[in-house]
Design a protein around this ligand. Structure first.
Ligand code: SF4
Ligand code: SF4
Length: 365
């Protein structure tokens, strides 16, 4: 097997002292319970692949793809081992060696041919009926909010209209987050980045808003590796928390789930809470695990598409923590979907994207 990417992370693999502190927080280990499923086991497997001591057989591949890339292990790790970077490097070497599972191959083919991972034939223009045009603000809807949780993208558009913003939608394609998480090369991701950056440049937008945590992470952390971006990338909630909003009251008990991609990966914790605090009537309660130590929803890193049962079990655990409130808010359509799959039949918890609530409460008379 090729190990060009793992080679770059040799020092990081050796950084792991095998102390095992990561065991108590890894959502995958919590369900799988094999040492090879936790960060230290993954580091040992990655080193074995790099050194050529083990083969990428089915059991090794299973362990390396059973990682949501939540980065909670790095937060907990006394040596701050960059586990996500090493796991993603291993996945890149695996894909570069021609080993791609059928689910992931289908996702990559759909993105290459249709611009989205879901096999959907309609472009964003056809979907929303709005042509891109010059504007100060561009809204990058992302694939999940466009094709699966359209209520979120419609809420974003409605908010921009209600606030009289000079905005445009985009001729966007998948940001490439899923490709990066499951091991496709920088070249493949660069193609997505170049198409999206050009679509934004064509509108002259100064600010690009995102409602998907994974898309924003791509624009803030990964796209700048390929090109300087001539615009500012913001999560919708960051932008909204800086606006003057006239909001109707919301008399419910609410909690908030920090998506890993904007939480631990980008450090955005205050903006969603500031926005929630702008709503009168709300009783806001924090879950036991929140902010930097928030538990993962279980959906990321390609886990949901390949291991749906594990993904759902992780979501169920997170949803139980949230049952201290009437409403669980979050700021990522992917998290909304996965957490909803974790609801038990008798649960009365409502799971919503914060954008939808803001749209409903925005008073424009
Ligand atoms: S906490 Fe860090 S150093 Fe300790 S076993 Fe886990 S990854 Fe290795
Ligand atoms: S990134 Fe998350 S799922 Fe992956 S090994 Fe670390 S704690 Fe476990």
């Amino acid at each position: 097997m090729r190990a060009d990417n793992l080679k770059e992370w040799k020092k990081e693999m050796l950084n792991c002292t095998q102390c095992g502190f990561c065991k108590e927080i890894c959502p995958i280990f919590d369900k799988v319970e094999w040492d090879s499923s936790v960060a230290r086991g993954k580091m040992a497997l990655c080193y074995g692949l790099y050194a050529g001591d083990i083969e990428p057989d089915e059991s090794v591949l299973e362990r390396l793809y059973q990682c949501t890339t939540c980065a909670d292990c790095t937060r907990r790790c006394p040596s701050s081992t960059k586990v996500v970077e090493v796991v993603e490097a291993a996945r890149k070497d695996i894909v570069a060696s021609g080993i791609v599972g059928s689910t992931h191959r289908k996702i990559a083919e759909s993105i290459a041919t249709l611009g989205n991972p879901f096999g959907e034939g309609k472009s964003r223009r056809e979907l929303f009926g709005e042509d891109p045009h010059p504007a100060r603000i561009a809204y990058f809807t992302g694939c999940s909010a466009a094709y699966r949780n359209k209520e979120t993208s419609m809420a974003g558009i409605s908010i921009l209209k209600k606030l009289g913003a000079d905005y445009t939608l985009l001729d966007e394609v998948c940001c490439g987050s899923v490709l990066g998480r499951i091991g496709f090369s920088d070249e493949v991701i660069r193609n997505q980045a170049e198409a999206n950056i050009k679509a934004i440049e064509d509108t002259g937008a100064e600010i690009v808003l995102f409602s998907c945590a994974g898309c924003l992470r791509m624009f803030r952390k990964e796209y700048p590796r390929f090109k300087d971006l001539p615009f500012k990338s913001m999560h919708f909630v960051e932008w909204l928390s800086e606006q003057e909003l006239d909001l109707k009251p919301f008399n419910r008990t609410v909690t908030y789930h920090d998506p890993c991609h904007i939480g631990r990966h980008l450090g955005i914790y205050d903006a969603p809470r500031e926005l929630i605090n702008m709503i009168s009537g709300i009783e806001f309660v924090e879950m036991e695990d929140s902010r930097e130590s928030a538990s993962c929803c279980g959906g990321g890193g390609g886990v949901r598409s390949q291991f749906p049962e594990i993904s759902q079990q992780i979501a169920s655990k997170r949803v139980k923590q949230a049952e201290i409130a009437d409403v669980l808010l979050t700021t990522c359509p992917f998290c909304v979907n996965n957490l909803t799959l974790g609801l038990s039949e008798d649960s009365t918890l409502e799971i919503r994207d914060l954008l939808e609530i803001i749209d409903e409460l925005l008073d424009v008379e």
